[in-house]
Write a protein that binds this ligand. Sequence first.
Ligand code: PRP
Length: 182
Amino acid sequence: MGLRDNVAKVLIPEHTLRTRVAELGQEINTAYTDEDRVLLICVLKGAFIFLADLIRHLEIRHEVDFMEISSYGAGTVSSGVVRILLDLGQNIAGRHVLIVEDIVDSGNTLDYVTRNLRTRGPTSLRVCTLLSKPSRREIDIPLDFVGFEVPDEFVIGYGLDFAEEYRNLPFIGVLKEEVYAE
Ligand code: PRP
């Protein structure tokens, strides 16, 4: 049995992702001026593939840095407990910061990250997420750039995992229920 045998359906095919990620890049290009020198903060691990594709569409000056946050463990629903596993390598005071996420589900992770980063004095703080699952939101956080709204299904692929697997799939798929129910 391969990983793909556990995919119930493809929700967002590879070509649709490619087109939308390019559009998001253009949206970001027009939202900042060249003087801004934006710091993109990739929230690991899920956002690493999205970030890598997104920045290839950026024409504005920018840098990337990484934060690793974990709230899910190996489960399928958010525990609501958010931890920083890896912090930024730099001071963000006075910087234009753009958080890059793979998915906003309950909003707990993003709420924690934005509140934490805001205390560090960035000039601006915006959020770009590939996916948003509004039906699951517990905390309402403004999202500046959103790739797709997705239904309340267990999505994997393009960086998103189940128990650390499936991140490599080039599309966003829905995991078969029997896989996570095991
Ligand atoms: C996922 C995802 C978001 C968060 C969203 O991270 O990358 O950071 O959950 O869920 P929330 O809105 O309910 O907080 P996860 O903890 O699975 O870690 P990972 O990115 O390393 O897979």
